[in-house]
Design a protein around this ligand. Structure first.
Ligand SMILES: [Zn+2]
Length: 420
């Protein structure tokens, strides 16, 4: 029975999976410049276990002409995608395992428990930038490729591994893989969901609102209009929009989240010079989109809300604030919770973990929409590691969860890609 052999293999070789993840963490791969070395390692690791390996640099011109790509001027030289294919007998469903090789910047080194690029093990957890997001998933994908080859298990359908770049920035890696024509009957993106099965994720975009006032010397401040005060007033009004959108979009997948379509201002800046009534103020923030929502509609909602709020204020009525949309944008995406992909993963989770899986939406932007909306492929997010620790100095993954995740995926693949 392949299932018994797979469990035995993972039980016996758990240490290899841990070492593989440590090796990946030890290659810094900060987004938009540094993924090359990590992808070379992925290519080298995959080559002996795959029937084909495709390595290419995404074409920024092709990406920039696509409606789902919003970053401009990003280059991909030295930042290739790697796709490994393990051919099936051609009689079963095919599957793509996706994980991103890029990570966000590591921040101050001294704040980390053992440095960002050490892959140190502390209290049963592997620490480091990317340990969870998304190199735990990437390590699982590479490890399973090796396992299927070494155990000589022939799958019915094709199994592909998409190790992509740029997820933390514009998403150009995954979009480029979809545009290259890769298709499958199902996709699992191995993001750190804390082993929660996520058949949907929210989207979001950053924006800038420019508010004008009337500058004045402090001695003439009664003649000025503070753009900063007007901006703060608008920011408070925006809480109402967030509240309304939360009520509007609370679906089953997001029922347990206090906030799932956030509207947050992260940056506010007026004059450089403090002794002045500021004549201009800039606010920048993030607007989250529900997976069922079109981003164009959400954008319009914010623009109309700001225009409406401005009409309530005599100054702003005459000096309408400007809303601009910035480059960082991801759409949301979702598939039905009773989709066979979700059902199969649930079954194997229950069997391997011995408990009921949680099914929830993922409260952040991911590469899922490229596969779902543009590749027309059913997709779920599933992987070890807690999303709340990602991008922080506490980023880590529990070794037990890493191994459990690998076992669940291995069983799931055996069924999903089985000979029909
Ligand atoms: Zn990620």
């Amino acid at each position: 029975m392949p299932r018994g052999r797979v469990q035995e293999y993972i039980d016996a070789r758990g240490d290899e999976l841990v070492s593989l993840l440590q090796a990946l963490v030890r290659i810094p791969s900060v987004v938009t410049e540094g993924e090359g070395e990590c992808q070379a390692f992925v290519e080298e690791t995959l080559r002996p276990y795959c029937d084909q390996v495709d390595v290419w640099e995404p074409d920024h011109e092709e990406l920039e002409s696509h409606p789902a790509y919003f970053q401009r001027g990003v280059r991909y030289d030295g930042r290739p995608n790697v796709v490994g294919l393990i051919k099936g007998k051609g009689e079963g469903r095919s599957l793509i395992l996706n994980a991103h090789a890029d990570v966000v910047a590591e921040g101050p080194h001294h704040l980390w428990p053992a440095g960002p690029w050490e892959g140190a093990i502390i209290d049963g957890k592997i620490h480091g930038r990317g340990a969870a997001d998304c190199k735990a998933g990437l390590a699982i994908a590479l490890f399973l490729a090796k396992m299927f080859r070494e155990l000589d298990i022939e799958l019915g359908g094709d199994l592909s591994i998409h190790s992509v770049v740029d997820e933390e920035w514009g998403g150009g890696g995954s979009l480029s893989a979809v545009l290259r024509g890769y298709v499958a009957d199902g996709v699992v993106i191995l993001e750190p969901t804390n082993l929660i099965i996520c058949p949907g994720c929210r989207g979001g975009q950053t924006f800038r609102i420019t508010v004008k006032g009337r500058g004045a010397h402090p001695v003439e401040s009664h003649k000025g209009v503070s753009a900063l005060k007007k901006a703060i007033w608008l920011m408070e009004c925006m809480d109402k929009l967030q509240e309304w959108r939360q009520e509007q979009w609370r679906t089953e997948l997001f029922k347990d989240f206090p906030i799932f379509v956030p509207l947050v201002i992260g940056r506010i800046a007026a004059e450089e010079f403090p002794s002045k009534v500021p004549e201009k103020c800039i606010m920048e923030g993030l607007m989250g989109y529900h997976p069922q929502e079109e981003y164009q509609d959400a954008r319009r909602e914010l623009e109309e809300f700001i225009a409406q709020a401005a009409r309530m204020d005599p100054w702003l009525r005459e000096h309408e604030p400007q809303v601009e949309w910035l480059g960082l944008n991801k759409e949301g995406a979702e598939i039905p919770t009773d989709h066979p992909l979700v059902v199969a993963l649930k079954d194997h989770f229950r069997e391997v973990a011995g408990r009921e899986p949680l099914i929830q939406g993922f409260p952040a932007g991911t590469d899922m929409p490229y596969y779902v909306r543009y590749g027309r492929m059913p997709t779920i997010l599933f992987g070890p590691g807690e999303p709340k620790d990602c991008h922080s100095i506490n980023e880590a993954v529990a070794i037990d969860d890493l191994i459990l995740g690998a076992k669940i995926m291995a069983n799931f693949i055996l069924e999903w890609c089985a000979t029909a």
